[in-house]
Design a protein around this ligand. Structure first.
Ligand code: ZN
Ligand code: ZN
Length: 162
């Protein structure tokens, strides 16, 4: 798979539109040059404790919300978006002006992680902690803690203690 996939290549065919108007939320980079809009609901949301998220976010935990690729739209500053792909599974999108992170596309899953912290008006409703084996901090919130990922997402499904 080629690296630095163009944004439009990540978009998949739209599904049949729902009857109800979908809620939408905007996320912007640190300087405001780039904005994206998501609509509907994330496929799922949670926290990731993996080493890559820790390094990329410069934070111990990444609050992720995974959206279908076709429900994420760049509304401002598309030409300011830089992409870094450490592996072919993650195309990390950032603002070339301010360096602020915006989202990470996962082409294999056809999902896009729009960082939950950035979505205005959105209520983060996490259901799990992923990659808890490499946690830097413990979170005693009662949510399931996966060593890596749930089995239906390609992980071992193994659970760890808080
Ligand atoms: Zn910016
Ligand atoms: Zn991660």
């Amino acid at each position: 798979m080629k690296k630095n996939t163009a944004w439009n290549d990540l978009l998949v065919e739209g599904e049949v539109a729902h009857a109800e108007p979908a809620a939408s939320y905007r996320a912007g980079c640190f300087c405001g040059a780039v904005e994206v809009e998501v609509s509907g609901k994330p496929v799922f949301a949670g926290y990731c404790h993996c080493a890559d998220c820790q390094a990329w976010s410069a934070a111990p935990i990444n609050a992720f919300s995974l959206w279908k690729a076709d429900s994420v739209r760049v509304t401002k500053g598309e030409s300011e978006i830089g992409t870094f792909s450490k592996t072919e599974h993650s195309d990390r999108k950032f603002c070339k002006r301010c360096g602020g992170h915006i989202m990470t596309a996962h082409p294999r899953m056809r999902l896009i992680d729009v960082y939950a912290n950035l979505l205005k008006g959105y209520t983060h409703e996490p259901t799990l902690h992923a990659n808890y084996a490499s946690k830097m901090v413990s979170v005693r919130d009662g949510l399931p803690k996966y060593r890596d990922l749930p089995a239906d997402l390609g992980g071992s499904g193994e659970m760890l203690q808080d």
